[in-house]
Ligand binder design. Sequence first.
Ligand code: ASP
Length: 349
Amino acid sequence: MHLFLLFLCVFAMSACGGKESNEEPMTKTPITAIAIHGGAGNLKKLNLTKDEEKAYKEALGSALSLGDSILQAGGSSEDAVIAVITFLEDSPLFNAGKGAVFSHDKKNELDAAIMLGKNLDCGAVTGLFRVKNPIRAAQLVMHKSEHILISGTGADQFAEEQGLEMVDPSYFFTTHRWEQLQEALKEDSISLDHDGEKQKPTAGLSNLWDDSKYGTVGCVALDQQGNLCAGTSTGGLTNKKHGRIGDTPLIGMGTYANNNSCAVSCTGRGEDFIRATVAYDISARMMYLKEDLKEATRYVIQDKLKSIKGRGGCIAVDTLGKVSLEFTTTGMFRAYRDGKGDQKVEIYK
Ligand code: ASP
């Protein structure tokens, strides 16, 4: 009997962690998580020099610290996503904002989208010419307009009326993007931003992706309130024609967030991502098939997208603070810090 009482005592103490039972339960800081991409492509073919690799990694690392510090300080996932994407849009290294690729008409035509997981609010812009930070225009569409997706000069005008910083279109000019367009014009190919590889044009859709290079930027985040947010910004594809719109500003294609599943931002050949409904499909698999984040992203990118020879990848985060980064290309510029505090900045597979 004595032994039994002793056992009960030891059990009770260990169940309370050896502490007095009337002690207040320890309050844990809620988890946060963040993931960032800076585009995907056949990155090995780019033959980045050590210095270039360093520059990309530094930019991604700084963007990660910026977003992470906002989340750690209790800021919203929306604030973190906006800060990170604004930072990357201001960097000429990426195909968004300053550094965006040129269209066939020799213009920088910018697209962006943002979505909040807590209420499915979203906003998007396409074909902007004069807004310095397109992601901020998308955010204003979400909060200040009755629409979700607005385009072209009307979208520029809306942003200006809302007081956003406007620039002359020449602000977006960079020599290397101009040279990429000259190459593409010679071969009449349409390019992703980070491929160094040239491919022969073939019939149909695949013509859109020769000499392809991806360099879109995106960010997904979970804040201390448990709210998810996804944002994406891009110049689209080099040599894109006729006011072409890719997956980035299309909610559910390149950008999606829902607190019941996940937040997703994509990069790659937009036409493939539209055909495969990538971002929404990942969320839907989690909600309806009860797949976890890894299973859902893996299936949609490695099975579904690959089955249509889709090129690119995505970053995703869920409300548990799990992060998933999947791509079909040889690399994707990426950085993350998950809910456990694991953190990485990587380029290649
Ligand atoms: N997805 C973007 C588009 O098709 C391009 C990219 O990710 O680099 O416009």
